[in-house]
Design a protein around this ligand. Structure first.
Ligand code: SF4
Length: 272
């Protein structure tokens, strides 16, 4: 175990790299890390991680799949090429990626073997790999999760994630290369980030970038119902009427700005 910027980092090995994906438009998923140093308080992945130590210390412990690139090399020779969701459970560009570079090395393998990749992240570290994206036109799309443009609210919801404006800047840089980009506005939480200002600002950014906007309400998970969870009071106010009103507002803004808006992925949004 080593420590890295306050995180406890362990190394593990895996038997498989790619798994079949049930998410729309994806054939496979790839997740080089277990756990996520971004430590978002709403993160659904903590429920699906299957590692008690990680889920009970969310945002403080990460396992690095040290042999994932070697395993991936074997798998790409046998599998039919398709689209790989990169970071479908946890963020593949979380801070440890700056050291281990497993995501970059995996992208190199996938792109050189005819696979396409769809990346979702909150971390501008992804800009490091724009040379790969530029060399593989039409084979990469990149989405950023932006729940709010308010730094204070972002620090509450996503305590160790890069600030929202840094994510917007990263999206601008990637879009400028001709790479398809998108914004994931979610989870939308009653009374926190469901206001009209947030909606209109995000729609404006998507419009400027020509990006698709995905939107998704909070999906309440058992750990959020605990009295000591910081979202506990907010989840109680989530109703169907609330969501009907919020989604109508989003769609109205999208129509006015002529941008493509789509409901988010199947209730268990992708990582990042
Ligand atoms: S960045 Fe994504 S995977 Fe990481 S903690 Fe936040 S929501 Fe979870």
């Amino acid at each position: 175990m080593v420590t890295f910027r306050g995180l406890r980092v362990y190394v593990t090995s895996v038997k498989t790299a790619l798994s079949r994906s049930g998410l729309p438009d994806l054939d496979y998923s790839l997740n080089p890390y277990i756990g996520c140093g971004h430590g978002c308080i709403y993160c659904y992945a903590r429920q699906y991680t299957g590692n008690k130590m990680v889920s009970e210390n969310w945002g403080k412990i990460v396992f690095v799949k040290s042999n994932i690139v070697a395993i991936l090399m074997r798998e790409v020779r046998k599998l039919k090429p398709g689209t790989v969701g990169v970071g479908t459970i946890t963020d593949s560009y979380q801070p440890v990626e700056a050291v281990y570079k497993l995501t970059r090395k995996s992208l190199e393998v996938l792109l050189s073997h005819g696979f396409k990749v769809s990346i979702q992240t909150k971390n501008p570290l992804v800009v490091r790999d724009t040379d790969l994206f530029a060399r593989n036109p039409g084979k990469v799309d990149v989405g950023f999760t932006i729940t709010t443009l308010d730094n204070k609210l972002s620090s509450f919801l996503e305590p160790s994630s890069p600030p929202p404006r840094a994510r917007v800047e990263a999206l601008r840089k990637i879009t400028a290369l001709g790479v398809k980009t998108w914004i994931f506005y979610g989870p939308i939480i009653p009374g926190l980030n469901d206001d009209e200002d947030t909606v209109s600002n995000l729609v404006e950014i998507a419009s400027e970038l020509g990006a698709t906007l995905y939107y998704d309400p909070l999906h309440v998970k058992p750990f959020m119902n605990r009295n000591d969870h910081p979202l506990n009071n907010y989840v109680k106010t989530k109703t169907m009427n609330w969501w009907t009103k919020v989604s109508r507002t989003i769609l109205n803004y999208c129509m006015k700005n002529h941008i493509e808006c789509k409901p988010g992925f199947t209730g268990d949004s992708r990582g990042g």
